[in-house]
Design a protein around this ligand. Sequence first.
Ligand code: KIV
Ligand code: ZN
Length: 500
Amino acid sequence: MDRNRVYFFDTTLRDGEQVPGCQLNTVEKIEVAKALESLGVDVIEAGFPISSPGDFNSVVEISKAVTWPTICALTRAVEKDIDVAAEALKYAKRKRIHTGIGTSDSHIRHKFNSNREEILQRAVKAVRYARKYVDDVEFYAEDAGRTDNEYLARVVEAVIEAGATVVNIPDTTGYCLPEEYGSKIKYLFDHVPNIDKAIISTHCHNDLGMATANTMAGLLAGARQCEVTINGVGERAGNTALEEIAMIIKSHKDINLTSNINTSGIYPLSRTVSNLMNMPVQANKAIVGKNAFAHSSGIHQDGVLKDVSTYEIIDPKDIGLDTNSIVLTARSGHAALKFRLETLGIKLSDEQLDKVYADFLLLADKKKEISDDDILMLAGADKKLEQVVKVDWLQATSGIGMKPVASIGVDIAGEKFEAAASGNGPVDAAINALRQIVRRNIIINEFTIQGVSKGSDDCCKVHMQVEHEGRHFFGFAASTDIVTASIEAYVDCINKIHSL
Ligand code: KIV
Ligand code: ZN
């Protein structure tokens, strides 16, 4: 075994996918899994099979679709969970069961109403049980970040003795300081006699913005697997971002670590995940944010033009970002659009391409230059479900010294309706008009409008979260018109409520 090699364990499809509103269907998960395989990740955590039939099915289908990476399924330290995970992994060429239990005093007392000895026995029992099904068993000590080191070392020793091949030390709450997390990993290397029989893994959450720093501290202290997600997606503030660790390892030759990541796949996959999950990448996000390579200050631009190394520590091409990309305009043909989509990691059937090209021409009429984000948005917009409710037309008027009003024409399963209303702005007026037609009790809990690129002719994306009869629904739409995008996102929610 290469002692400097860091194994990449991607959990975008499990921990990452737990974000409300970011759920992917099985087809989308397979698309991400195959892209992760091309990227060179070592392990794909494909789901938590006992949690739902959808998760079970995704693990089955990803196991069939993917060849090289190990497919991993999560369980609690519960025999039934492990039985179901083993069944879901049936078709995987390389398989791993990831089982575990909370080890901090807080988890032991409040979650399990138990004690340290009993939890240690349950951990050992779960690992032994999982080993009956597979040779590769990973154990997670949930909330290890807040677990007493001496007790954690005893648990790690016992689970390795029971057959764990990988031991995961999660900072579940994202609480640790980098120095503290690194020392914890070092403590384990110094105090667990059989530690050389397993790989120690990092799994850091970003609640205090320290996930990447903590993961690096863990790797520098001897951990050789990192658990990460694309774009750092994940519950709350998310998980460690794969692209950040991969590029730190690539850029810092001085730390002497290596990985199997083909970094030129990072940018396309970042955009694919962002689009499929309807989760925008923050503009200043390290490595994959829209501004990550944009030098705007005069001094920086001057330096970069003289010699790029003055202010750029990463070549954008290393992450698959082609800064010399052809600019698409209304005169670009099918082939140019297809080429650009493929560079961005999107392969469409001829029929889908025709549809995206038609939308592209409509957008190109409204905008001078079409950016990568615009194209991805157009391709993503194609994935909408069958719409029972459709907006035929919409007119909104607003301005200074007048009351905003809107009127709307809607088609519901072939029947036509019209209504008009006022509101405190054109979006409010349009939604009030629509509410007169679709009389359901829908509460808007979240409403985000974001520009795709720049300029007053920009496209905007609208993400909406609504509540209906105690359930949550997520809507998305994009348009160069803010009122249109808002209404379409609201209608997207209505169609999802309808499709139940
Ligand atoms: O954050 C965590 O502790 C986890 C475990 C289930 C691995 O995601
Ligand atoms: Zn986690």
